[in-house]
Design a protein around this ligand. Structure first.
Ligand SMILES: Nc1nc2c(c(=O)[nH]1)N[C@H]1C(S)=C(S)[C@@H](COP(=O)(O)OP(=O)(O)OC[C@H]3O[C@@H](n4cnc5c(=O)[nH]c(N)nc54)[C@H](O)[C@@H]3O)O[C@H]1N2
Ligand SMILES: Nc1nc2c(c(=O)[nH]1)N[C@H]1C(S)=C(S)[C@@H](COP(=O)(O)OP(=O)(O)OC[C@H]3O[C@@H](n4cnc5c(=O)[nH]c(N)nc54)[C@H](O)[C@@H]3O)O[C@H]1N2
Ligand code: SF4
Ligand SMILES: [Mo]
Length: 732
């Protein structure tokens, strides 16, 4: 056991330092001012789009000029606080590098391709004409939407109205798909976003590669801090000494890629020592006997050899979990596309929660509730001729959402299924690991690539047409209505007029809809009408929401199971499935098995990566307010490795992978917090787009080094953690 000895109560202070409630430094010129002057101050409600957590706040202006964004006190989802990135939203609105006008790819007389600025009419007519021609020859279903972010809903609506069922986002195959499928296979339901983790009431929390505090999903950091304030036991499993590892009673610096073995050993101890929730399992679960038999061979002694975690620590931590159960949460994590066996690892996490009786119990995983908000009345969508499954055929039988990487592959060649892409709010070259050659091949084959973005991100360089969206501070989007502890609605509305010639997504979707003959699906002049209509169905109105921003509603269903309650789980058996017949039927392990991960070749290290508090992926690195906090990423290197390779703190190096791909240069940070077999960097840097003038060329990009991608055979997830790199000293 590695007890850190740090004062656990410092977590809030430290998390505040890392972001929560922090204010961003101010620059002169076109930046928010620290204080208003004599002008007229107004405040407009919004919910943040700097990451996907959607904290509600108020944007303040003085005489229409940006002042500040602060949290909305009545928002229980964020407890009225924004993180550093949220308070820096004005920096994204003011970014001088924003996309300003529609762009159309053109080949000049000299054969050189460039973008020409065009009018909205020209851009939209061009897109609609190409789409119609493709639909005539191949069908409307041959257009795919690759999207991410809240504003994507307008384009999803357009695609469904048009007759395409191929919609995919990196949030599935590159992020939480393995977790969601693993939990669905076990409980019949996923944990969703925001996750239904009841950390504020937990007495024991286990984080497995979930570095909450660096992973700054505001509400989660706050509920974890609340648990720590009440002296909950924190157990962190991470090869790196992460921020939460520093606050933990137990830090388990696991050998990368061996988590399934540890999870099976924990189940072994709970069953062997009769510490599991027998009543809960008898009442709700099926397959316990098979599980018992299965984990019998995963003794802590055997698992120690795989994970490097000593048997005593495995037993002690299992007993801590059992002592606090059912108020014990084995956190399901979020970015779970690691080693290609990720659905099975997530299933093992789900099963461990089941043994502890945590699902549906206080301090474990609660039942979510959203506001029952009627949909704006519209005609039914046509049934698409094919959907996202066309991209992968019989592969990935448990992919219940679009698989971005499979869609890219199914767009290559003259006979490819997909002929056109709409890309909204996702920077595919940096987001899908190891995809660049296929991305280029797909782009060469596709008849049309449209990119809707706010910034000249790398993906815009692949487009035929680039449509500049205004930022979240300049538009309406759908009401926020996420299922969670407390049902609530939040409003996003324009704080400013759209800058330059940018437009809101809803407007673009409607304009394309009109040109494609889909006017019956877009009966509104302004999207505000849709929001007002919906609000009136639940006793509110747009006028009311413009004042309050967030409206909380009472729960109508309990948050937890009642004692001895009869529950029917939405699985085929109606029970929690410890043994999965669904998996067995498709030829997969019905109970997770452990396989030893590949080891780095001589002279190479595991390429570990993750979040940093100041940025969201690569989408905030050009925001000048956040740039000041973290202009580039660093490479964490263990002192043993540094001395062996003669590396100094702060010097630039490059990384090379076994295929010979060499990264941009990155500064060394020598630290004991990383194992000698691994290096670590934050994802989102090393931008190649020159039009991102601030962030261009700074730091290294983990994605381009990931050529050894392990695809999850259950659902198509792109396991990213099986990549190795060596360090090259920079000589100039
Ligand atoms: N190598 C590597 N790859 C990863 C990860 C990793 O850690 N390492 N993480 C994975 C995870 S967990 C996720 S969720 C995904 C995230 O993947 P993405 O969602 O693709 O993330 P970003 O790279 O931030 O790209 C966001 C894009 O949206 C644009 N954008 C921002 N705001 C708006 C807006 O209001 N409207 C429009 N139209 N566009 C906007 C940005 O300019 C940018 O081009 O990446 C995954 N891929
Ligand atoms: N500031 C900030 N916060 C964010 C985001 C952001 O971009 N910026 N993105 C959000 C999104 S979309 C997501 S999905 C989440 C992602 O946040 P998380 O789900 O927490 O995932 P990662 O960032 O991938 O977490 C990486 C952690 O896993 C550890 N790790 C690496 N290999 C192993 C291993 O083999 N075993 C174990 N046990 N641990 C390992 C790493 O050392 C690191 O601490 O963050 C969210 N929060
Ligand atoms: S966590 Fe931060 S960046 Fe994400 S929505 Fe909330 S305030 Fe915005
Ligand atoms: Mo994610």
């Amino acid at each position: 056991m590695l007890s850190t000895g740090l004062n656990r109560r410092e977590f809030i202070k430290i998390s505040a330092l890392l972001g929560l409630g922090g204010s961003v430094p101010m620059l002169g010129g076109c930046t928010p001012r620290p204080l208003p002057g004599e002008g007229e101050v107004s405040r407009v409600p919004t919910f943040c789009d700097m990451c996907f957590w959607k904290c509600a706040g108020f944007a303040h202006t003085e005489d229409g000029q940006p002042w500040k964004i602060i949290g909305n006190d009545v928002d229980l989802h964020s407890e009225g606080r924004l993180c550093t990135r949220g308070t820096a939203g004005m920096g994204s609105y003011q970014d001088p590098d924003r996309l300003k006008r529609p762009l159309l790819r053109e080949t000049g007389a000299d054969g050189v391709q460039t973008f020409r600025e065009v009018s909205w009419d020209e851009a939209l007519n061009f897109i609609a004409d190409r789409l119609k021609s493709i639909a005539q020859r191949h069908g409307a279903d041959r257009t795919a939407l690759l999207n991410h972010g809240y504003g994507a809903a307008h384009f999803q609506h357009l695609m469904k109205a048009y007759g395409s069922g191929s919609i995919a986002e990196p949030a599935f195959a590159q992020c939480r798909g393995p977790r969601d499928v693993g939990f669905e296979l076990t409980f019949g339901e996923s944990v969703g976003s925001p996750e239904r983790t009841d950390m504020e009431h937990s007495r024991c929390i286990v984080l497995i590669g979930s570095h909450i505090g660096e992973n700054l999903h505001n509400g989660q950091v706050q509920t974890l801090a609340e648990a720590m304030r009440r002296d909950a036991t924190l157990i962190t499993v991470d090869p790196r000494f992460s921020v939460p590892a520093g606050k933990s009673k137990y830090w388990l610096p696991i050998k990368p890629g061996t988590d399934i073995a540890l999870l099976l050993a924990w189940m072994h101890v709970l069953i062997d020592e009769d510490l599991y929730d027998r009543d809960y399992i008898n009442r709700y679960a099926t397959g316990f006997e098979q599980l018992k038999q299965h984990v019998a061979r995963y003794s802590p002694e055997w698992v120690y050899l795989e994970t490097g975690i000593d048997p005593d620590t495995i037993r002690k931590t299992a007993r801590e979990m059992a002592a606090a159960a059912p108020a014990t949460l084995i956190h399901p994590g979020r970015h779970t596309a690691w080693y290609g066996d990720d659905t099975q690892r997530s299933r093992a996490i789900a099963m461990l929660n089941a043994l502890l009786g945590s699902w549906g119990r206080q301090g474990g995983l609660y039942m979510k509730e959203s506001v029952s908000l009627p949909k704006y009345p519209l005609p039914a969508y046509p049934a698409p001729k094919s959907d996202f499954r066309a991209a992968h055929g019989n592969r990935f039988p448990f992919a219940n959402a679009g698989v971005t990487n499979a869609i890219v592959e199914a767009s290559i060649g003259a006979d490819a299924h997909y002929k056109a892409w709409l890309v909204y709010g996702t920077n595919l070259p940096m987001t899908i690991p190891g995809i660049r050659p296929q991305l280029q091949a797909a782009i060469d084959s596709l008849e049309l690539v449209v990119v809707v973005d706010t910034m000249p991100s790398e993906i815009t360089g692949y487009a035929d047409v680039v449509l500049p969206e205004c930022t979240y501070l300049e538009r309406y989007d759908d009401l926020r209505n996420s299922g969670e502890r407390h049902p609530s609605l939040a409003l996003r509305m324009p704080v400013f007029e759209p800058s330059y010639d940018s437009k809101p997504g809803w407007w673009m979707a409607k304009q394309l809809g009109l040109r494609l003959g889909l006017e019956k699906y877009f009966p509104w002049e302004d999207y505000a009408e849709v929001i007002d209509w919906q609000l009136k169905q639940v006793g509110s109105s747009l006028d009311e929401m413009k004042k309050i921003g967030v409206k909380n509603f009472p729960r109508t269903r309990p948050k937890y199971f009642a004692p001895k309650q009869e529950v029917s789980f939405p699985t085929p058996s109606g029970k929690i499935e410890l043994y999965s017949q669904q998996l067995a039927d498709k030829g997969f392990d019905p109970i997770p098995e452990y396989t030893r991960p590949e080891q780095p070749p001589q002279g190479f290290y595991h390429l570990n990566y993750g979040r940093m508090p100041a940025h969201t992926f690569g989408k905030t690195t050009n925001n000048h307010l956040l740039f000041q906090l973290a202009p580039e990423n660093t490479l964490w290197v263990n002192p043993l490795v540094a001395s062996e390779r003669g590396l100094e703190n702060g010097e630039y190096v490059r990384l090379s992978n076994p295929e010979g791909i060499v990264s941009n240069k990155i500064r060394v940070r020598v630290t004991e917090r990383i194992r000698p077999d691994s290096v670590f960097m934050a994802h989102g840097f090393g931008h190649r787009s020159r039009r991102l003038r601030l962030t261009h060329d700074l730091g290294a990009d983990d994605s381009e080094l990931m050529t050894n991608v392990k695809i999850d055979p259950l659902m198509g997830g792109t396991g990213m953690r099986g990549n190795f790199v060596t360090i090259i000293k920079e000589t100039v």
